[in-house]
Design a protein around this ligand. Structure first.
Ligand SMILES: C[S@@+](CC[C@H](N)C(=O)[O-])C[C@H]1O[C@@H](n2cnc3c(N)ncnc32)[C@H](O)[C@@H]1O
Length: 379
């Protein structure tokens, strides 16, 4: 299933910093223990979860669906780094690359160029979804000096935040070195596993931001406990996640359809990985923030259509961007979960993806997901 290969397409040789200790606190310089091997779901587990077999999707006839959502957006140039660090020894699963074993996270998400492009498109989509905002917390500009973006991905949020807050120092962390090297002077990126005990000093940050860490965080209580310790008094923490559950108010997402199956694939996959995708359903952000001691917690749920079906023009635009963001690397979002965990062949995953695309493009199917932003203040 997996093998390492030569360094590939990080955006620049200077971008990643080694996993570091922060503020003089003791870090663990030794490599993390090897992650436990992930075992695929058994046939019984798959049946019990109501997940249809991969062959089901290859047997269903389907019209040809356009597959070039990403190419219309354009891709971002990448350069090949000369670093020989193991950081760049990505695993491969059915032709896609995944980050190496920093920390104990076996990632379900690829880190190759196609996925990087998808994350960049998603950045625009997320902002659009929040009404052209980067965050919803009531931040006062003159009080924001130091900011942490956990699981920063391609770092666009950190870069845009740094542009908007030129007097703040913004640090983006990730286990994958997929951030650009040319960034505003007040941004830096570091390699860090958010599931390990944070080594930042106490009371360091005025804002801690966590966006779309579904299937990433192994313990949401630990994350917010760490965020609480590292936040300054008066500082904010904000977390945004989407649901993996495609709903419809008119029953147009039918049982046994590709969209109806989506959440079972992600929920069962998350269970197997030990990193849940049911963050919104289990209200984990709010619960963990309360547990940690944050106050003035606000929860905002936003209904996100998939596709251009809403009559409202703004909603239709948001729906198109979500569809396009997911379609730009649909196979990437599903490859690991379907192939490695469910045991599907590449052809079966591709057939399932084709059915998903067809349903998103069907104007009679009015699917949507919930997006949830939760923020709170350290007293
Ligand atoms: C869905 S992406 C979200 C990226 C970014 N927050 C955004 O909203 O654009 C999830 C990110 O989490 C990173 N990630 C996965 N496991 C991680 C870990 N244990 N610690 C830190 N980052 C991790 C992945 O490499 C990926 O970049």
């Amino acid at each position: 299933m997996s093998s390492s290969q030569s360094p590939k397409s990080p955006k620049g040789p200077e971008s990643p910093r080694s996993p570091a200790s922060h503020g003089g606190k003791a870090a663990s310089p030794e490599p993390s223990p090897a992650p436990p091997a992930i075992v695929a779901l058994s046939a019984e587990e798959i049946r019990e979860a109501g997940i249809l077999p991969g062959a089901h999707w290859t047997e269903q006839p389907i019209e040809q669906v356009d597959d070039d959502g990403a190419s219309t957006i354009g891709s971002i140039a990448s350069t090949t780094a000369s670093l020989t660090s193991t950081i760049f020894e990505y695993r491969t699963v059915h032709g896609r690359t995944y980050h190496g074993e920093i920390g104990n996270a076996e990632s379900w998400e690829p880190n190759d160029q196609r996925h990087v492009d998808s994350l960049d498109i998603f950045h625009h989509t997320f902002m659009l979804s929040l009404g052209d905002k980067l965050f919803l917390s009531p931040l006062e500009k003159n009080k924001i000096h130091k900011v942490l973006d956990v699981g920063t991905g391609t770092g666009l949020w950190a870069i845009d935040f740094a542009d908007e807050f030129p007097n703040a120092e913004v640090i983006g962390t990730d286990v994958s070195p997929i951030q650009p090297s040319w960034v505003p002077p007040n941004v830096k990126f570091e390699l860090d596993d958010c599931n390990r005990e944070w080594t930042w000093n106490e009371d360091s940050f005025d804002f801690v931001h966590l966006r779309m860490l579904l299937g990433v965080v192994s313990n949401w209580s630990d994350i917010f406990r760490n965020a609480f310790r590292c936040a300054r008094s008066g500082g904010y923490v904000e977390s945004m996640v989407s649901s993996a559950f495609f709903r419809s108010d008119d029953g147009s997402v039918k049982k046994g359809s590709a969209l109806e199956q989506w959440h079972s694939i992600f929920w069962e996959g998350g269970k197997k990985l030990g990193r849940t995708f049911r963050v919104l359903e289990d209200d984990l952000q709010k619960k963990a923030m309360e547990e940690a001691g944050f106050v003035d917690i606000a929860v905002k749920d936003i209904k996100i259509p998939l596709g251009a079906w809403p009559e409202d023009k703004k909603l239709a635009e948001i729906g198109l961007w979500w569809k396009m963001s997911l379609e730009s690397d649909l196979e990437g979002y599903l490859n690991y979960l379907c192939n490695a965990l469910l045991g599907w062949t590449t052809e079966e995953t591709a057939a399932y993806c084709a059915h998903v695309r067809k349903e998103w493009n069907d104007p009679n199917i009015h699917s949507y997901v919930w997006l949830r932003v939760v923020y709170g203040r350290k007293p």
